[in-house]
Write a protein that binds this ligand. Structure first.
Ligand SMILES: [Zn+2]
Length: 308
């Protein structure tokens, strides 16, 4: 077991997933079990299987599913989990309007070549609200930046933070460039500074293992913010590279010859190219692929691009 996970109270079970599916965090209590985030649509069978294990619910009911934010890798299993367990779903208040009208552009679904079955939330979580989940007291804190409506969940007693994509061991979820949302990068800095003011002992991130070296993680994240502040165009390139890598994890492979047409077709690539780069689609495709191969995120296998 990962050493940080050993420090967690026994009512918390973290299913560490991968980059396509966010971690599933199960908070168990006789008063009702609560699940935080449900993974990506493609991984629904595995999510349901994990929940069914003895470490999971093992046949017990689920009282509620809550989301840190409404990106595809956190909400993709919402509809299936709610159907399987007949449980309500609570989402951050800041996401409610987007989810209600199922704004697939703002939710970065088809706009970013991602997928999530539509679901109906039963309630919203407001910033500052208090909750008892897994026999522990949690406060929902606004954590805008990567997602402007995102919440993180803080348990002061044990110094725990369920951080979603606001803080990972190495960085945080991609942030929109100022030309798209002038508030996003400043909000990212403020959120990290807010988190630095909490006495945190264990962070349970949306992706990756729980970790205890919180100070260095926050320093790394703030250094990354400073680099983006110095060169906002990096944000646009970074976002597209993250989204392309994510799509490859979902699709498993993409024909090399199709990449120019792909970046010309998928909304976020087309819009960002028009706004930031202004190059022919084949050139954008070549640049993104070159940088991703160099970074070791993807590789070319014959005529195919595959995740590394
Ligand atoms: Zn996210």
């Amino acid at each position: 077991m990962n050493p940080a996970a050993r420090l967690l109270p026994p009512s918390i079970h973290v299913f560490v997933r991968d980059w396509l599916s966010a971690n599933n965090i199960l908070l168990k209590s006789r008063d009702g079990n609560v699940l935080v985030d449900s993974g990506y649509a493609r991984h629904v069978p595995l999510t349901l299987a994990l929940l069914g294990t003895a470490r999971g619910l093992g046949g017990e009911p689920l009282a509620q599913l809550v989301n840190t934010h409404c990106h595809s890798d956190h909400i993709g299993g919402n509809a299936a989990v709610a159907a399987a367990y007949d449980c309500p779903i609570a989402i951050p208040q800041g996401e409610a309007a987007l989810v209600e009208r199922w704004d697939t552009k703002a939710l970065l679904l088809d706009y970013a070549d991602q997928d999530a079955p539509r679901f109906t939330p039963s309630s919203v979580l407001t910033p500052g609200s208090a909750h008892v989940w897994g026999d522990l007291q949690w406060r929902a804190l606004a954590a805008p930046g990567h997602d402007m409506g995102a919440l993180v969940f803080h348990n002061p007693e044990h110094g725990l933070l369920i951080s979603g994509d606001a803080l990972w061991h190495q960085g945080f979820g991609f942030v929109m460039p100022p030309e798209i949302d002038p508030e996003a990068l400043p909000a990212t800095r403020r959120t990290l500074e807010m988190l630095a003011g909490l006495d945190l002992r264990v962070v349970i991130p949306g992706h990756g293992e729980p970790f205890t070296d919180v100070g260095p993680a926050l320093e790394r994240a703030l250094r990354r913010v400073a680099a983006f502040e110095a060169d906002p165009l990096r944000l646009a390139r970074h976002a597209l590279k993250v989204i392309l890598t994510f799509a490859l994890l979902d699709r498993r492979r993409l024909a090399l010859a199709d990449l120019p047409a792909y970046v010309d077709r998928v909304g976020i690539f087309r819009d960002f190219n028009a706004l930031f780069f202004g190059v022919p689609a084949p050139r954008l495709a070549e640049t993104l692929l070159g940088e991703l191969v160099k970074a070791g995120a993807v590789r070319c296998d014959g005529d195919w691009i595959v995740p590394a």
